[in-house]
Design a protein around this ligand. Structure first.
Ligand code: 5GP
Length: 192
């Protein structure tokens, strides 16, 4: 998605070896016009999958999922919640996720009220790095008897192993921008 790549080049900045900050337009200050285009692109890619629910993870995924959902027909957004503790909650599906940015494990939960057998779920998130967040969301859907019909990612860092890991779970991934390297503090995109 060219608009997104151009924006990453103008307003994104690299921290350390492998973190891209996009807080000027995606996950702190939010450019709603750009997110509308992101939502349309996800809709075009997944519109034929019979999606009946969009699942994401708090906090950065919520705006992306909510805007994307407007292009689908009456599809609710559910966001998994993050907890530090791992005290089991009998009313929730729960799994553990290792945070790439915070370098620690946390628990993610979705109430059993919101995932059901037969659900056809699209998972959306802002970044794909090692694939742990996406894998955790896939696990929650499967605990609830639903099926994941795709993972949509705004920015994939394809030099990390997330794509291979999530693909190994049998789920199709579509990323709108794929970064193959950071060279001299500048993102280099995969072709196409
Ligand atoms: P993963 O679970 O794939 O290792 O990492 C994905 C999650 O970590 C995303 O939900 C995102 O919040 C965060 N993340 C991973 N890499 C980056 C990055 O380069 N920049 C930002 N801002 N967040 C990232």
């Amino acid at each position: 998605m060219n608009l997104l790549k151009e924006r990453i080049l103008t307003d994104g900045y690299v921290l350390g070896k492998d973190i891209l900050k996009v807080d000027r337009f995606l996950n702190h200050q939010v450019d709603v016009g750009l997110l509308n285009e992101v939502g349309k692109a996800f809709y075009e890619r997944f519109k034929d999958k019979g999606i009946n629910k969009i699942l994401t993870i708090e906090a950065s995924g919520i705006a992306i999922a909510a805007i994307t959902a407007q292009y689908f027909d009456n599809v609710p957004v559910v966001f998994a919640k993050k907890f530090d503790s791992v005290n089991a909650d009998p009313d929730s599906y729960e799994t553990n996720v290792y945070s790439f940015t915070k370098k620690r494990n946390y628990s993610v939960r979705v109430s059993k009220k919101f995932i059901h057998p037969g659900d056809r779920v699209l998972i959306l998130d802002d970044f794909l790095a090692q694939g742990r967040a996406a894998a955790g969301l896939i696990e929650l859907v499967r605990q609830g008897g639903g099926e994941v019909y795709g993972v949509g990612i705004v920015i994939e860092k394809s030099f990390q192993e997330g794509n291979a890991y999530v693909s190994s779970l049998g789920v199709e991934i579509h990323s709108l921008a794929r970064i193959k390297a950071f060279i001299d503090g500048k993102p280099i995109f995969e072709e196409a």
